[in-house]
Design a protein around this ligand. Structure first.
Ligand code: AKG
Ligand code: FE2
Length: 198
């Protein structure tokens, strides 16, 4: 039986996302958590209005060789994919070859509004959530934003071109790790001397 899936639409009826609430079993989550904890977590600096700030979360970029990815001015070469992630990536579909993993240590860690629309990226993007439940906000139009809670084990398919953010919360919330599975054009940044990791 296929996993039950819920569609999230805006007031104009446009599809924002589809969510499968229990995509990963509790046992699979428990196996994956220590693998994620042992990643080489980074907190790179980004430029905002000419000033340098550390990103308000930690991250680790994983993928197949050559799947370099540029976002917010950072050019990232992937670290190798740990073996337990390979069957999960294959379950999503054949084109997936990279994953940006985000770690929100507490309620103040967050991610601002953005679209994942970089040229090396295909529009299909899937977000697997583990740990503390946080709310992702989604919108096409500024006046029509929708919140969706992402419990541990859920998978969210983001519709192409949707703006989204993970707002901070004053609630007591445990650490959350999100795995954002991506399809990158291999070799896209080759000419730029990739290998610099933010
Ligand atoms: O952590 C999340 O659910 C969102 C992550 C995200 O939007 C991204 O990595 O591009
Ligand atoms: Fe995103």
């Amino acid at each position: 039986m296929p996993d039950p899936e819920q569609c999230i639409t805006d007031r104009a009826g446009r599809l924002l996302a589809r969510i499968v609430p229990q995509w990963l079993s509790e046992a699979e989550q428990a196996e994956l958590w220590p693998v994620l904890q042992s990643l080489d977590w980074q907190q790179p600096q980004v430029q905002i209005f000419g000033k340098s700030h550390p990103i308000p979360r930690q991250q680790c970029y994983l993928g197949r060789p050559g799947c370099d990815y540029r976002y917010s001015g950072l050019l990232m070469a992937p670290q190798p994919l740990p073996a337990p992630l390979l069957p999960l990536m294959a379950r999503l579909g054949p084109g997936f070859n990279a994953v940006l993993v985000n770690r929100y240590r507490h309620g103040q860690d967050r991610m601002g509004w953005h679209r994942d629309n970089e040229p090396e990226l295909a529009p299909d993007l899937a977000i697997l959530s583990l740990g503390g439940c946080r709310r992702l906000r989604l919108r096409f139009d500024a006046k029509d934003a929708h919140g969706v809670d992402l419990p541990s084990g859920s998978l969210l398919w983001l519709a192409p071109g949707v703006y989204h953010c993970l707002a901070p919360t004053a609630r007591e919330v445990g650490e959350r790790i999100s795995l954002t599975f991506r399809q990158i054009t291999p070799g896209f940044h080759r000419q730029e001397g990739a290998g610099i990791r933010g």
